[in-house]
Design a protein around this ligand. Structure first.
Ligand code: 13P
Length: 241
């Protein structure tokens, strides 16, 4: 089973030139790594241009709508992404849940409709800090997983909200507890996301049931994303010896 290294660029970089340069830098560095699935998730507007400039990484979108066409101002449909050659989509990222107020029901609709057209989906789940402090983290993530379809193209990313963009990653035992639960419910690959950096990637990759990383900030720099990919690959090679 190939592990996944995924870079979520969020709303960065802010010019087409910088986006293409970053994509090219990542593509060149990751070209020789064949035993990982490698995906970058740029903002929608740069996707076509980036596709012309990379060969070794797959391209994904950071969001999608659940309807395929119609009067939905500002939205992008799963079939449009597929038509463009996009293979992957992130759904339910905590920034969309918390800043854009997406609810579990619309997130599950997006997951189903994307899988139906043939996109591969990374569904993000994860608890907020106060939910963990109240020991409600398992219950929250179970609820976020309620109603997900059983589909071979579905991957789950566990991203505790308190670890995103904070520099404070979850500890190995916290990751193992949550990944084990998510895997037992879904049977899917489970990625970890939340302040993954070159400095902590080897340790986090050694946690049980970590099938890859969804990287935010450190994916905006080709060298650090490359180092994280190497750490993931090396840890896997060591553990499968
Ligand atoms: P950071 O790696 O910047 O903490 O972001 C994680 C994330 O949200 C990936 O989707």
């Amino acid at each position: 089973m190939r592990r996944i290294i995924a870079g979520n660029w969020k709303m960065n970089p802010t010019t087409a030139e910088n986006a293409v340069n970053l994509a090219k830098g990542v593509d060149e560095r990751l070209e020789g790594i064949n035993d990982l699935e490698k995906i970058i998730f740029p903002p929608f507007v740069y996707i076509p241009l980036i596709m012309e400039n990379v060969r070794s990484v797959e391209i994904g979108a950071q969001n999608v709508f659940y309807e395929l066409s119609g009067a939905y101002t500002g939205e992008v449909s799963p079939s449009m992404l597929l038509d463009l050659g996009v293979k992957w989509v992130i759904i339910g990222h905590s920034e969309r849940r918390n800043i854009l107020h997406e609810d579990d029901e619309s997130i599950i609709r997006k997951v189903k409709s994307s899988l139906e057209v043939g996109l591969k989906v990374i569904l993000c789940v994860g608890e907020k800090l106060h939910e963990r402090e109240l020991f409600r983290h398992k219950e929250v993530v179970k609820r976020q997983l309620d109603g997900i379809p059983d589909d071979e193209n579905l991957v789950i990313a566990y991203e505790p909200v308190w670890a995103i963009g904070t520099g404070r990653n979850a500890r190995v035992e916290q990751i193992e507890e949550m990944h084990e639960m998510i895997k037992s419910i879904t049977g899917k690959k489970v990625l970890y996301g939340g302040s993954v950096k070159p400095e902590n990637a080897s340790e986090l990759a050694s946690a049980k049931n970590v099938d890859g990383f969804l990287v935010g900030g450190a994916s905006l720099e080709a060298d650090s994303f490359h180092k994280i990919a190497l750490a993931l690959r090396n840890q896997y090679l060591t553990s499968s010896k």
